[in-house]
Design a protein around this ligand. Sequence first.
Ligand SMILES: *Cc1c(COP(=O)(O)O)cnc(C)c1O
Length: 412
Amino acid sequence: MKAKGFTTAILHSDREGGVEHGSLHKPIHTSITFGHASAADIAAVFQGRQAGYTYARQINPTVVALEKKLSLMEDGLATCCFATGMAAISATLLSLLKAGDHLVSSSFLFGNTNSLFNTLQNFGIEVSFVDATDAANVAAALRPNTRAVFVETIANPCTQIADLAAIGELCAAHGVLYVVDNTMTGPWSFRPKTVNAGLVINSLSKFIGGHGNALGGAVTETGVFDWNSFPNIIESYKTGNAQNWGLQQIKKKGLRDTGASLSPESAHHLAVGAETLSLRQERSSSNAQTLAEWFSARPEIARVFFPGLPTHPQHALGKQLFRHSGSLMSIELKPEVDCFKFLDALALCVLTTNLGDNRTLVIPVAHTIYFEMGAARRAEMGISDGTVRMSIGIEDIEDLLADFEQALAAAR
Ligand SMILES: *Cc1c(COP(=O)(O)O)cnc(C)c1O
């Protein structure tokens, strides 16, 4: 039978896995430990010779059901979930890298990931930050001890798009692990496996959950990376198919050492949210395209950062790579327009951080999430005091247009 479509596969995966009473959802299993029928069984499960459950910090049936969905979504071999996206990124790099290794990272990064990479440098891992919109910059940064390249698909807040396919070719040619944070696009719009990524990170707190009611993170092994060429795999984890060694080590070292396990209640919320990912993104990306074009024509606005506009520097690249242009954009108000007045006048949009929610969320970035880094670094990143980041939701477009129209009028 032909493989099911993206949404069909997610919708039916619990039921087809077999759930008692014909339940359509995997139940929320709250036990933190699991009994075994015999001493031989408990020994076999703990030694990895038999599938089974040990302790819920490492494995839980509700979380496993979500991991299966994520593997389907990313067309991956296996997935490991974590309490947050940051936990997934931390556990992945802490379990795979060691002192003396070198990491090449995009310089356009989620702020907390940037902070983590600075922490890694305190532990003897060298990190080079490069402009990843051009693979030549990544190529120039590679060294003999480079173990991994880390990029995001679309960056925050100015929506730069990484040269994803060319960087993937480069990593393949050099046998370097390619880690792609797919949070901003999500697996319905883009599968990093198609550009040779070995590991894919998703923050489930954003588009995949979508409803802003549960935190979560995940790393998916795509199967394209040959872990035989990776020197940091612990000997005892080199069991079974070599395509799985990386995720095995992330589960056995990363998840166990950090203890940043996803709760079964959150896994349930995220799994229900994931069912409508494609529908929500169809709506939010269409709303975002309409708004980006509308903002571009407004006299109060100096610049609009959105990949769906032909003026975006990587517009053509985005069209090639992604199913849609996403729903995150930033606008830069002209200096004569009062940014705080504009924000205070918004009646519908929510003044808050976060993105990928069903509701439209707006935030003045220089005064909040990018305040700590200082004015000089903000200027390098193209952020001004009038830059407002927006994560466009699934509201009725007429209501969004009316809210922005009246707020711009109030701020003039
Ligand atoms: C939010 C975000 C993360 C971190 O996810 P949390 O679930 O909030 O920890 C990582 N990467 C990107 C690109 C994000 O937007």
